[in-house]
Design a protein around this ligand. Structure first.
Ligand SMILES: Cc1cc2nc3c(=O)[nH]c(=O)nc-3n(C[C@H](O)[C@H](O)[C@H](O)COP(=O)(O)OP(=O)(O)OC[C@H]3O[C@@H](n4cnc5c(N)ncnc54)[C@H](O)[C@@H]3O)c2cc1C
Length: 219
């Protein structure tokens, strides 16, 4: 897949929670495999940031799920762009994708995310709804279960570390420690580095081969 560098208009910005929003952009022929990310910048400005693609391969727009971090630069600026403003996107980048053979063979895959780390998984599932997936989503509060309705309830486990009303009360790594690991599955880990490092340790300790683990670190 060739890398593109294109300008793309902002079509919509919609809040999902107080601090997290969806940035919808014109697609303009931008080609990608679900799970990949792009690099976004505002023309004329130097800062550029990576964002995993939240929309599916077949959507005629691109969506990104962005958390406004404080203090942060681009995540704040993007939230306040006017509809119709052009941003620059380049990519796609990354290898955090499901192999075609794993999709065809319906290999079980467990997607482990913290926060907006669910973004590449939503794109993969939206693009390949027939796969045998389980999502473990770790957030602080239940309200951060971004678009939970997009996943089959029996395939989605919400883990909350800050309140007690979810499927599992505790961190996503606590869930991994307390529940059996599927040694035949692929485990995809995405989010903050502390979660990813701890999850690798837990999975390998329980005998999951290292080649069954794929990671994407946001920060
Ligand atoms: C491959 C890749 C994909 C990414 N995909 C996404 C995505 O889909 N959605 C998304 O919101 N971010 C994503 N990020 C993070 C994103 O690139 C920026 O780092 C983030 O938006 C902060 O940028 P900023 O300019 O506002 O703040 P900066 O000044 O660059 O960063 C301030 C601090 O914010 C913290 N931070 C960064 N990202 C997050 C986050 N998501 N949640 C909590 N704290 C954070 C870090 O500690 C950082 O030091 C991704 C990063 C990588 C490397």
């Amino acid at each position: 897949m060739d890398n593109n560098k294109i300008q793309s208009k902002v079509l919509a910005i919609s809040n999902v929670t107080e601090s997290t929003y969806i940035l919808r952009l014109e697609r303009n022929g931008f080609d990608f495999k679900a799970g990949q990310y792009l690099v976004l910048s505002i023309p004329g400005e130097r800062k550029a940031r990576e964002y995993s693609i939240y929309s599916g391969e077949n959507d005629d727009y691109i969506e990104l799920l962005i958390k406004e971090v404080n203090p942060g630069e681009l995540s704040h600026e993007l939230k306040h762009l006017k509809i119709g403003t052009k941003v620059q996107i380049s990519g796609p980048f990354g290898f955090f994708i499901l192999k075609d053979e794993d999709i065809q063979q319906k290999k079980p895959v467990v997607f482990v995310a913290t926060g907006t780390g669910i973004s590449p998984f939503r794109s993969i599932i939206r693009s390949n709804p027939e796969i045998d997936y389980t999502v473990l989503h770790g957030v602080r509060y239940k309200i951060e279960a971004y678009h939970k309705e997009d996943y089959l309830p029996k395939r989605f486990v919400l883990c909350t570390s800050g309140e007690n009303h979810a499927d599992f009360n505790g961190r996503v790594t606590d869930y991994l420690k307390l529940n059996p690991i599927n040694l035949k599955a692929l485990y995809y880990l995405c989010g903050n580095s502390a979660m990813v490092d701890e999850a690798i340790e837990i999975l390998e300790e329980q005998g999951l081969p290292a080649e069954n683990i794929k990671t994407e670190i946001f920060f």
